[in-house]
Design a protein around this ligand. Structure first.
Ligand SMILES: *Cc1c(COP(=O)(O)O)cnc(C)c1O
Length: 339
């Protein structure tokens, strides 16, 4: 499968003593937050495949979607600009004017976080309602047809880049981890007991589970849901796994994959007070800067899972720090009281 080279790989594996003490496991943090510069994060691994496909199909414009402060939308917009492609983003908002057919008015757009970067690189932003978002694939398909009538060649990337093709980026990440284990960069020269990461659209989970098994990087995977519930993600991940296996015949069965939906907090992008305190304490004790939408909830979810006994004390855990810094910077007001 052809892919672009976008990720600064291998990403480092680091140890933070204070986190071992706090969580009660042997924690290895894989710095997927430094896969690149402003375009950094886990989405860059998926975009290596998705953007290669877009170029192979001679696309002139890429369309994708997400929450208003979507990291995936921002990474897609930046990479599109790097490749000379136009980009149209369908971003979900809870209130205010929306239209799937027209660019949003400047005044309706946030000034910070991911949206600042989307706008900086010139992406067209269309704000859509929660109702339209429920039909996101159809919304993007019909917008693509409209763009094609105007002479463009559209390429639609699904939410989070989470298709079988995109998930191959995380199969590769697990090969990279196996290489680090073999070089003695991960302590024992055996597979990790469990990979833990934040789950928002399922593609990372599917790729990690397939890659962990194929490359012997880890015995199991625990995906901490930041929205929706475990049964939803079981369904989504199994579809993506089948798509990936159809693309790459070398992929066997995925490693055992558990979706933990007990640490979502009040809702997507919203933390409760305990989660905020945890995010601040982790930063202060270890210099590990997590974000409130994804990675903060994932590490919090791991801490809770160890307390409940769902992850054994002393387990050798690979935590994927998947990025999200612009999302943190967009939540200064929400976090003010916890500081
Ligand atoms: C998108 C994202 C995730 C979740 O990855 P999915 O493949 O969408 O489940 C985790 N962390 C960050 C920072 C993200 O932007």
């Amino acid at each position: 499968m052809h892919k672009l080279s976008l990720v600064h790989a291998p990403t480092p594996l680091v140890r933070r003593q204070a986190l071992d003490v706090r969580l009660g496991v042997e924690l290895w943090v894989k710095r997927e937050d430094v896969t690149g510069g402003a375009e950094s994060g886990n989405k860059l691994r998926k975009l290596e495949y998705l953007m290669a496909d877009a170029l192979a199909k001679k696309a002139t414009v890429v369309l994708t979607c997400g929450g208003v402060q979507s990291n995936h939308a921002r990474a897609t917009a930046i990479v599109a600009a790097q490749l000379g492609l136009k980009c149209v983003l369908f971003l979900r908002v809870r209130s205010g004017p929306t239209s799937a057919d027209r660019p949003a008015m400047k005044d309706a757009l946030p000034r910070g976080g991911n949206v600042l970067l989307d706008r900086l690189v010139g992406a067209e932003i269309r704000l859509i309602s929660t109702q339209d978002y429920a039909q996101r694939s159809a919304v993007m398909e019909s917008a693509g047809l409209e763009l094609a009538r105007g002479g463009e060649r559209p390429y639609v990337i699904p939410e989070g880049g989470s298709s079988g093709l995109g998930s191959l980026g995380y199969v590769d990440a697990m090969e990279e981890v196996r290489g680090q284990i073999d070089l003695g960069l991960a302590g024992a020269r055996t597979p990790f007991d469990v990979v833990v990461h934040a789950c928002g659209s399922g593609g990372t989970a599917a790729g990690v589970a397939l890659g962990a098994a194929k490359h012997g990087a880890a015995k199991s995977v625990r995906a901490v849901c930041v929205c929706d519930d475990a049964s939803y993600f079981e369904h989504v991940a199994s579809r993506i796994v089948h798509e990936a296996q159809a693309l790459d015949a070398s992929l066997g069965a995925p490693a055992p994959l558990v979706f933990d939906d007990r640490s979502k907090g009040p809702g997507y992008g919203v933390m409760d007070d305990a989660q905020k305190r945890f995010l601040v304490e982790v930063a202060r004790s270890s210099g590990t800067v997590l974000d409130p939408v994804y990675t903060g909830k994932a590490l919090y979810g791991l801490a809770r899972a160890v307390e409940r006994g769902d992850v054994p004390r002393g387990a050798r855990v690979l935590f994927l720090h998947t990025g999200g810094l612009p999302g943190l910077l967009a939540q200064g007001d929400e976090l003010a009281e916890a500081l």
